[in-house]
Design a protein around this ligand. Structure first.
Ligand SMILES: C[S@@+](CC[C@H](N)C(=O)[O-])C[C@H]1O[C@@H](n2cnc3c(N)ncnc32)[C@H](O)[C@@H]1O
Length: 253
């Protein structure tokens, strides 16, 4: 299915969907280097504040994905005394869905954001270590998409040069770029290649900007293999014939 990626960052959500067989037609983000990375790996971007975009000018696709930024919702941010929860960008995402009416859509967010998502949307909290990752990072997936089961619920044990098992403590993506915190838990800063690997990216994935910006782009991103699982389930669902309504069978999505 063709799709638009809202708040596309460097394109890790898109990468997972592409790996499962979907096709990106547009990414939207207001961060220039992230747009450059996205374009180097995927397709064109609209590098603008999404709040200024006239939704009716966007291409109509069967699928829309996107991760509105989560800092305003994260517990770490709340502990720092910032109690304002700003759902403006989530509201924009919802507006886009309501106007474009895609067949499927997925929003990725921190679990706390569940209170800001329409009640009628399907919601699943998924965590990275159930999909082959070695860190916990729980995230809310909301929208209209087939529910998925975790393929492996065993915590991955990996012997690595650094102590990656403690990465669960680095649940806030921004912390991937925080040298002090990384040093505290790992003893050394993971290389860019190791950080990419942690998030399911291969070394040949292109990242633009300074070294710090590259870490930040990866830290902002979704775990690629988890998204690939969601994309595969969606393709499978899309290729099934519609269920006869008169049999009283409840739709799976
Ligand atoms: C959580 S990150 C997205 C990561 C991306 N889904 C990935 O997997 O690589 C959120 C993104 O929203 C972008 N953003 C924040 N405010 C925005 C706005 N007003 N308009 C457009 N993009 C915005 C940020 O630059 C950031 O790249």
């Amino acid at each position: 299915m063709e799709f638009i990626d809202l708040f596309c960052g460097c394109g890790m959500f898109t990468e997972g969907m592409k790996q499962s067989g979907h096709k990106a037609v547009l990414g939207i983000d207001n961060w220039k280097v992230a747009c450059q990375s996205y374009e180097a790996n995927h397709c064109e971007t609209l590098c603008e504040n999404i709040l200024n975009i006239d939704v009716s000018t966007l291409p109509k696709t069967e699928l829309i994905i996107g991760s509105p930024p989560c800092q305003k919702f994260s517990l770490i941010n709340q502990k720092k005394g910032n109690r304002t929860e700003d759902d403006t960008l989530i509201k924009k995402y919802i507006e886009i869905i309501e106007v474009l009416k895609p067949r499927f859509w997925i929003m990725e967010e921190v679990p706390r954001a569940i209170h800001y998502v329409p009640i009628s949307w399907q919601k699943q909290i998924l965590q990275v270590n159930h999909y082959g990752g070695i860190h916990i990072r729980k995230r809310l997936y909301a929208g209209k998409f087939p529910l998925v089961l975790a393929p492996c619920i065993k915590k991955h044990k990996t012997a690595t040069p650094t102590n990656f098992d403690k990465l669960g403590k680095l649940n806030n993506p921004r912390n991937f770029g925080d040298k002090k915190l990384i040093m505290k838990y790992f003893g050394r800063k993971p290389t860019l290649k190791e950080t990419m690997e942690l998030m399911g990216l291969t070394e040949d994935y292109k990242l633009c900007g300074s070294n710090r910006e590259k870490y930040q782009q990866i830290g902002n991103g979704v775990y690629v293999p988890l998204v690939k699982t969601l994309g595969e389930a969606m393709l499978q669902k899309a290729s099934l014939p519609p269920k006869p309504k008169d049999l009283g069978i409840r739709e799976a999505i």
